[in-house]
Design a protein around this ligand. Structure first.
Ligand code: ADP
Ligand code: ZN
Ligand code: ZN
Length: 742
């Protein structure tokens, strides 16, 4: 920075990772200003209270709101280049305003963990092996006396684009052999940026299938809009070839030397997704998800930031990845609730992606077989183009859905006779059965036969789930665990029994019922370890007949070609939920899980077990399908003035004492009601459905309006009020804009 500039901008405004909705002013010491060019987005070390903190410069400023003598100088500059680009800084500032969240927390959320902790934004490199001209022409047979060198050279010869050290290790090639070949002048080494996803060691490029008519017209429409901001909703039944469509679009973007961000809901999806991209694109791909360690994530981030990674596949937080040539964002399974962060900074990655695309003037593609009611409304109102795929791709057909009336039936481990008969027939045909039971663990309740005692969590108002294999009682709300007990703590009776059934129990019971059939359970417990999901998927593909048991993890985009029968154990589970989104979610889950049936050549069949076969919702979903169901649901939401027709904000408060949160919100309501604009409605305060969670008593107020502007103003006022009111108390509050849960 030059001296003239310093007189213009003697101050910087810094975002710090503290829960205060403000920026902090610091002076730029002359010594730093003369040697460095300070720009927004760079990290700085600054004094804060009695210690020092790492912060991010948000703006340079001529003035400070504080007395100049009170403004401290920054301690040191941390970066040569901004780690938050101007584009992303604008997005962060917008998000902080829209979600009423402290800017410092937003900015730090946008950075990989290691950068938050002060790591340098520099590449870690690894060696890549290449053949020299002599090495490429070298006859392998001449090395028959050195088989390790022979293997090494052969492998590198087969990789004209080079072989990474990682890939060499995966192929079990001896490093010493590589060095000997280097000394002989047959190989050379070159350091390159490290990419975890770059483990792949073959560059096979697959020939894509010929598109059907629906796919072809969707891709035509998408290509028309590929150079400007435009949102398309690719609404295609499960297995209709949505992925194939967006692969084509991505192909075109890569040809035009752009970067593409592909967002996926959860890690369970990524092994398969990555594979599909790898066999299609001979280009650099990086992954960003929570199963990677911090260093691997930073490596991926750096490759995206310098434009090297052409395709970035990531979960929610990848929406903040810097990508200088970003030309397209794809949001797969756009209806998935995991795109919304449910704690602290409660943003929705789909909505932020759209905002980001708008400022970059690039297109967004949302894909789903069960679009969210929000996106359907946008499509109906023509804000999005609505591209429909109604046929399954290739030779596959939409599975037939059949209701099984459970009333008065004898059930075996929760399975009806119809279900069991169909399972046997399916397995005899050497096909696979998938059973959907959205409850992990052995049983949701442990009870005493003598006195009726029930095992409950010490910190939450919920029952503890029995996990027999782990020998634990587990709270699925706060994650606390204790050892499984065999004696009632109240009456000392040893007659404890479980009520209800979870996936672990079903697995045990089916193992005795179907002795010779492999039974594979897919839930959060069985996939906790790294690469567990990949191994399970492999096993599923290895066997002909098998029974898969799973929770909602199974609903997420998996492709199991030999599954022909899907059984929904309890279709009623979400039907009577107190949350107005319960129906939407249940229909999405059932449709997605059903969509796992008959995805290849063999026809699929779905059995829905229900005690309410004539319930209008179940009947509609079975006979008319998701779109019809959603249109009815939307009409109902409209008549009840619910989202997406009304916008909603929830103010949440929690405290360790029983009354405080509720008292605080009552006071807030009393103070604000008189100034509430007529088109903003306030409901509450009321207690959360599970009042106590992790030791906190929780209450909330909901405000809604048909218009965003007044809602935003009221929220702003409430936030200020709450910041003042909670200064002296141990009450925490959170603002949840466009909440997905109540
Ligand atoms: P979706 O993403 O809608 O679930 P996919 O793109 O995964 O669907 O396609 C389902 C299956 O059909 C995949 O195995 C895919 O390779 C195949 N497929 C997609 N399009 C075609 C096509 N036009 N012809 C033949 N097979 C196709
Ligand atoms: Zn007892
Ligand atoms: Zn708990």
């Amino acid at each position: 920075m030059q001296e003239a500039l310093l007189t213009q901008h003697p101050y910087i405004k810094v975002a710090l990772p503290v829960p205060l909705r403000t920026l902090f002013d610091y002076k730029v010491p002359k010594a730093i200003a003369l040697r460095h060019e300070l720009t927004p987005g760079m990290r700085v070390k600054v004094p804060f209270g009695k210690s020092s903190r790492l912060g991010v410069i948000v703006a340079l400023s001529e003035t400070s709101d504080w007395n100049p003598d009170d403004v401290k100088p920054l301690t040191s500059l941390h970066d040569k280049q901004p780690v938050i680009t101007p584009e992303l800084m604008a997005l962060c500032e917008w998000a902080a305003r829209y979600y009423h969240h402290p800017i410092g927390d937003v900015v730090f959320h946008a950075l990989p963990v290691l950068l938050r902790k002060g790591e340098n934004a520099e590449f870690r490199t690894e060696n890549w092996w290449f053949t020299t001209t002599a090495g490429q022409a070298f006859e392998i047979e001449q090395l028959s006396r050195a088989p390790r060198q022979q293997d090494f050279l052969k492998a590198v010869q087969q990789h004209p684009n080079g072989l990474s050290q990682q890939a060499a290790s995966v192929l079990d090639l001896a490093p010493a052999a590589g060095k000997s070949l280097e000394e002989k002048g047959l190989l050379r080494r070159e350091p390159r940026a490290f990419n975890k996803a770059g483990e792949k060691h073959t560059h096979q490029t697959q020939v894509p299938p010929t598109l059907n008519l629906e796919q072809a017209s969707a891709i035509d429409a998408l290509l028309d809009h590929r150079h400007h901001f435009h949102v398309s909703l690719l609404d295609g039944v499960t297995g209709s070839g949505k992925t194939e469509v967006f692969l084509r679009l991505i192909e075109q973007c890569i040809k035009e030397d752009k970067q593409v961000l592909v967002m996926v809901p959860e890690i369970g999806l990524t092994p398969q997704t990555l594979k599909r991209f790898e066999v299609r694109f001979n280009t650099d791909i990086v992954l960003m998800h929570s199963n990677m360690n911090d260093r691997e994530r930073l490596d991926a981030w750096l490759l995206a930031a310098n434009g090297h990674a052409k395709i970035i596949i990531g979960t929610r937080s990848a929406v903040f990845v810097p990508a200088p040539k970003l030309g397209l964002m794809v949001i797969d399974e756009e209806h998935d609730a995991s795109y919304k962060q449910h704690e602290k900074f409660r943003y929705h990655a789909r909505d932020l992606a759209m905002k980001r695309a708008q400022s970059l003037n690039i297109p967004v593609l949302l894909a789903s077989a069960t679009p969210s009611y929000e996106s359907l409304t946008n499509a109906l109102q023509k804000r999005f183009s609505w591209l429909k795929l109604r046929q399954r791709a290739g030779d596959a057909h939409i599975p037939k859905m059949e209701r099984v009336d459970l009333r008065g039936q004898t059930l075996v481990h929760g399975l009806s006779e119809t279900a069991l008969t169909n399972m046997k027939l399916t397995l005899e045909r050497k096909e696979q059965v998938l059973i959907f039971l959205n409850r992990r663990g052995y049983a949701p309740t442990l009870m005493c036969h003598q006195c009726g005692w029930i095992a409950t969590c010490d910190h939450c108002d919920v029952n503890l789930t029995v996990h027999k294999r782990a020998n634990k009682l587990h709270c699925h709300h706060c994650d606390s665990q204790k050892a499984l007990i065999h004696q009632c703590p109240d009456c000392q009776s040893e007659e404890l029994f479980t009520v209800g059934e979870g996936t672990e129990q079903l697995e045990t019971q089916l193992n005795t019922l179907f002795k010779d059939t492999p039974i594979l359970r897919i839930d959060r417990d069985s996939t906790q370890r790294k690469s567990a999901m990949t191994k399970l998927t492999q096993k599923i593909h290895e066997h002909d007949q098998a029974i898969l048991i799973g929770t909602q993890m199974l609903a997420k985009g998996h492709h199991f070609p030999n599954v022909t029968l899907v059984i929904i154990m309890d279709a009623d589970a979400g039907l009577f939920s107190s949350d107005f989104r319960g129906m939407e979610r249940t229909a999405q889950l059932i449709t997605q899980v059903s969509g796992r049936a008959g995805r290849a050549k063999k026809p699929g069949h779905v059995l829905l077990q229900t005690y309410h076969p004539d319930h209008a919702a179940i009947e509609c979903l079975c006979n008319l399908g998701y779109e019809h169901f959603a249109m009815n649901g939307l009409a109902e939401r409209k008549s009840l003035s619910l989202p997406p027709f009304y916008h909603q904000v929830i103010v949440r408060a929690e405290s360790t004492s029983e009354q405080e949160a509720m008292q605080l919100l009552n006071a807030l309501k009393n103070d604000l009601t008189p100034m509430l604009p007529p088109d903003v409605h306030m409901v509450g305060p009321y207690a959360a459905i599970i009042v106590r969670k992790a030791g906190q008593h929780r209450a909330l107020i909901s405000i809604k309006s048909a218009h965003r502007a007044p809602l935003h103003q009221v929220t702003e006022r409430m936030t200020q009020w709450l910041e003042q009111a909670t200064k002296q108390h141990k009450i925490r509050f959170a603002i949840d804009v466009d909440p997905l849960e109540t």
